[in-house]
Write a protein that binds this ligand. Sequence first.
Ligand SMILES: CC(C)(COP(=O)(O)OP(=O)(O)OC[C@H]1O[C@@H](n2cnc3c(N)ncnc32)[C@H](O)[C@@H]1OP(=O)(O)O)[C@@H](O)C(=O)NCCC(=O)NCCS
Length: 168
Amino acid sequence: MPTASPRVTLRRLQESDVPMMLAMESDPEVMRHSTGVKPADEARRRELLAWLNEPQTDIGHWAIVADGKAVGWVSLTPLEDTGRIQLAYRLCRDAWGLGCATRAAAQLCDYAWQRLDAPELVAVVWPDNHASARVLEKLGFAFSAHAQHYGRGTAVYALPRPHEPAPR
Ligand SMILES: CC(C)(COP(=O)(O)OP(=O)(O)OC[C@H]1O[C@@H](n2cnc3c(N)ncnc32)[C@H](O)[C@@H]1OP(=O)(O)O)[C@@H](O)C(=O)NCCC(=O)NCCS
């Protein structure tokens, strides 16, 4: 369990993160506002290992490391066929409420502005996921629209690329 105000860093997901990912995916409370619980079985473990071995691009998933322990992931991925890049995050239950999601997502937004030429980032939230909406608000995202994604009604939040400081 991380401390009350953990130091949060990001790194790419690796094979040793698979047990943590399986634990999150099989926890109904963690998956309440996501696309569904998955059993932590051997078939899923193999799927995750194969997925982790796919070639990396400049977007994808990063492990959230709190005080040295991997407690979840944060990601930049294409939002279905919209051409937009979405921010998402998932944390183990014992790491909730410590500011980890906000700190990790802030770091990944900074990365996105530095490394990608996206004009904005978006995030898709189940309408009753108030904790996630709060994380987005703390990052500066604003509600943009209700839209159908992943076969359900969702709330879409957007964060425009920050203005570059004018050259002096
Ligand atoms: C949503 C989630 C990522 C938040 O992670 P976290 O590390 O606890 O988030 P933070 O501590 O950075 O911030 C959470 C904020 O939401 C607030 N919050 C928590 N539960 C809330 C609720 N039910 N209603 C309103 N606000 C809530 C917290 O008070 C905090 O805001 P504050 O700093 O102003 O007090 C985490 O709960 C999670 O992994 N949930 C399951 C997966 C998920 O839903 N992912 C997002 C899919 S869109």
